[in-house]
Ligand binder design. Sequence first.
Ligand SMILES: Nc1ncnc2c1ncn2[C@@H]1O[C@H](COP(=O)(O)OP(=O)(O)O)[C@@H](O)[C@H]1O
Ligand SMILES: [Mg+2]
Length: 380
Amino acid sequence: MTEPTGVPASPRALRSALRITALEVRGFRNLAPLVLEPGARFQVISGDNGAGKSSLLEAIDYLARLESFRGARTEDLLQQGVDAQPSAQASLGMRVVGDLAPRTFRVALEAGRPRVLSLDGKKPRSIAAWHASARVVLFHPGDVELPSGGPEPRRALLDRVLSQLDPTYASMAAAYLKALRSRNRLLRAERPDRRAITAFDELLASAGAVIGESRARLVDGLAPLAAEAFAELHGGTLALTVAYRPRVEPGIEHLRAALTRSLDKDLARGFTAEGPHADELALLLDDTLARRHASQGQHRAIVLALKVAELRVLEARTGCVPLLLLDDVSSELDRGKNRRLFELLARHTGQVFLTTTHPEFILLDAADRRDYRMRAGRLE
Ligand SMILES: Nc1ncnc2c1ncn2[C@@H]1O[C@H](COP(=O)(O)OP(=O)(O)O)[C@@H](O)[C@H]1O
Ligand SMILES: [Mg+2]
């Protein structure tokens, strides 16, 4: 298992970057059939609201992570015809170079049926094998709620990075969640069976320990990178602190003891209170919780700083720059923050897909960019 500390290794002279060399989208959301050979660096996609810009990034993100960032079901992804009926099928494909050998990813979606995946023309051995060669960092407008809302999306951020770094992490987290749900169901039974309930404690403690220790190491790596990126994006002296606040100190003994100690209370509440499912990732600006005090613009800068940190950790730990997808990134940034964002992006060596309603906000050199226009689902 890799140690996701996130501390950058000594910088390599030439770091490889994941790059999509061919992209194909059919029957997805409002997009007209699309075949694209993107450039090595910035793809700037501009268009009016509702043109299909987010749909295009969603298609790429879905190809990499096999999940919709909008939480959409397959039925919602399939293109609706004039009669509002979803079309029978959608297909997505991309060829990615840069990490190991070039790989071809294909997903076929069909209403009411399981999706069909193919990696280099074959059914992938595991989802982990898929994720291992399609790493992506995405910013989308909904992310601005990350600092202000509940803790769940902040835990999800840690889990997303860890799953991309270490295939065993995702299966460990899934096993933990399954055991947690079973234990909670038993806690709510009319006549709870204590022995059956505590039978889950060992699995929860051991999987929970791996989750907690992995998250703690990841935050050790993420925190200084996020602080640095925030200082650069925000300007001024305001400092971002990212701190892991586990519900129970990571470690199998601590978790075991916490589960035992809280059994009576768990029975009264009807759920398991102690464990990494209740962890918090605290985001502080000058030692004050961002959730309570930060402005909208500061929230955006925090989220962008976390995304930059996520990218750098993935890059450092895998030796390969992930794909970067930035949906509507400039809107609601003031001029200073927008300028500093593009100064930072100009040094980014990987491939980027970036959408905007206002191409004049995109401050990139002509040599680094390819411009596209999205009109009513058609990319020009
Ligand atoms: N399954 C679907 N079939 C057809 N159109 C869809 C589907 N899902 C969403 N749309 C429409 O696609 C359009 C483009 O959405 P979006 O990609 O979010 O636009 P943008 O990001 O350019 O503002 C919207 O008008 C939306 O209603
Ligand atoms: Mg959009």
